[in-house]
Design a protein around this ligand. Sequence first.
Ligand code: FPP
Ligand code: MG
Length: 303
Amino acid sequence: MTGWLRRRALSLYERLLERELGGAPSHVAVIQDGNRRYAESRGKEKTEGHRAGAETTEAMLRWCRDLGVEELTLYAFSTENFDRPEDEREALFDLIESKLRGFADRDEVHENGVRIRAIGEVERLPERVRDAVAYADRRTRGYDDLRLNVALAYGGRAELLNAARAAARDVAAGRLSPADIDAAELDRRLASRPTRDVDLIIRTGGDERTSNFLPWHANGNEAAVFFCTPYWPEFRRVDFLRAIRTYEAREESWRRTRARRALALVSSFRGTDLPEARRVLDRLRGSLSEEELAEAGVEGAAD
Ligand code: FPP
Ligand code: MG
């Protein structure tokens, strides 16, 4: 296919996909992987790969805004990334610093009410990056339309451990009863919590792992996961739309499973005088197909 035809077909496919989609997930988290391999495959320096990746990051922010995503969390620097060679690490810090300041100064960010925050052990970062984090935080503090969380020096296990330790300390000091440690209590103690649970995790670059990223807010919420092969700098809007379709298919299958389970339960009350049970049964009838109703031993039409 010629380049022109390919582009035309892609844009048609993108429009079709977009038309097919219902609601966007509220919170998307991205493991932006493959920057160095992208650079290597083009005979370029590693840092060129990270720079190209940062361009996709900017585009991703626009796509999220256009599609109605309310929160975007990006894995920009993990605790493991501290082990990278110093020159690469420092170049990454320079890039993150300049992107954070660039985002915070951009008209688009202010026009669209984008709130920028960092999550992670920010105190482990060099001062110039911490200053940029504080700058972005300060300049966007009043906004809430789209939340951009940049995960820096972030590791999910470390975060959970710190929360557990803090709770244990309060129990030892008699300030907290073990019986009061529930999900909400632990959630409150996570130092870098995003605003809401994660609905969809995307990982580029071909690896099928979620790498210690948001275990509480994503795994705990049974987020949909979309693994794809393009390197982060190659990730396009159409790949994002595909990821959203995966999320929607998963949501729909959950909805049907829940409806089937509830139907099985409620239909055991058939023939009783429980009006609530009959109302729920009637409602569930509408959300399942004839085959699913037959499987559950219930006819489609109301009794
Ligand atoms: C992983 O690819 C990518 C990173 C460690 C850096 C990601 C950071 C950016 C794209 C900058 C974004 C900036 C802001 C402020 C959000 P890799 O280095 O592991 O590449 P590989 O998998 O090919 O080795
Ligand atoms: Mg990698």
